[in-house]
Design a protein around this ligand. Structure first.
Ligand code: 6GU
Length: 242
């Protein structure tokens, strides 16, 4: 996977992405990070990339020319271009899985009051938000997306299992987990986890996931129960022959 990032703050992206699991994925060559500073593409001799908005109003807008030339400098055609904006569709795990199937992605990070509409019309394929609150720029949302997408790529996580057993992959939150010691602050690890009975452990974990989802995310639980109901309707239990 190649992540191209267009930003006015390349050091923010590089520092973060070179750390921890994404950093190791880059070292292993599973991930390539190509960060381009939009300011390097301005034709303005003072390095200016923003200007006042027509029609008045507060704040500055990123101009079309430097953004377009930065975007155009990326080789290749038809690469999905994501503009990070609170006006976009809300990012979720399903969207992450869809983006993870691409070979390259372009993230366009805006700052100030945004970017001139005309260049967005010519470059952007996907408008994405990470939630209903307003940030100062698109860099943190781009990194949230890249982090989420990275861990779905083959080989990025040590254990290929863990990407799909975790929260959301089956529509449920993850079950509680325990490591050594067996007793801490007077609290014991649930006995079933020490039993060595894998079937019992799996049943216990599913039960815990369902309980936790019902308590903490009733919205997800409702959707999960509806899915389960539909499944059971289409796969009725087979009658035993007399
Ligand atoms: Cl993608 N950008 C900005 N500036 N603020 C946001 C956002 C994006 N998603 C939520 N808030």
């Amino acid at each position: 996977m190649v992540f191209h990032v267009l930003t006015l703050f390349p050091e923010m992206i590089e520092g973060c992405m070179q750390t921890s699991i994404t950093g190791r994925a880059i070292e292993k060559g599973l991930l390539t990070l190509d960060v381009r500073n939009i300011r390097d593409y301005t034709l303005d001799k003072h390095g200016k990339v923003d200007d006042y908005t027509y029609g008045g109003g507060a704040g500055m807008l990123m101009q079309a020319q430097p953004v377009y030339d930065a975007w155009n400098s990326i080789p290749g055609k038809g690469i999905r271009t994501i503009y990070l904006t609170p006006q976009g569709r809300t990012f979720d795990q399903k969207m992450a899985a869809d983006f993870a199937s691409e070979e390259e992605l372009i993230f366009l990070c805006g700052h100030y009051e945004g970017i001139d509409e005309r260049v967005l019309e010519e470059t952007v394929t996907d408008y994405v938000s990470i939630g209903d609150y307003v940030l100062t720029g698109g860099e943190l949302p781009a990194m949230v997306m890249m982090d989420t997408i990275s861990r779905l790529l083959p080989g990025v996580l040590h254990n290929d299992d863990s990407a799909d057993t975790e929260s959301f992959q089956n529509g449920l939150l993850e079950y509680p987990q325990y490591s050594r010691p067996e007793e801490w602050h007077g609290k014991k690890v649930p006995a079933i986890l020490l039993s060595g009975d894998h079937k019992k452990v799996d049943e216990w974990r599913l039960e815990q996931s369902e309980k936790r989802t019902q308590e903490r995310r009733p919205d997800l639980y409702e959707a999960y129960m509806e899915q389960k109901r539909l499944y059971e309707e289409q796969h009725p239990p087979k009658r035993r022959k007399k």
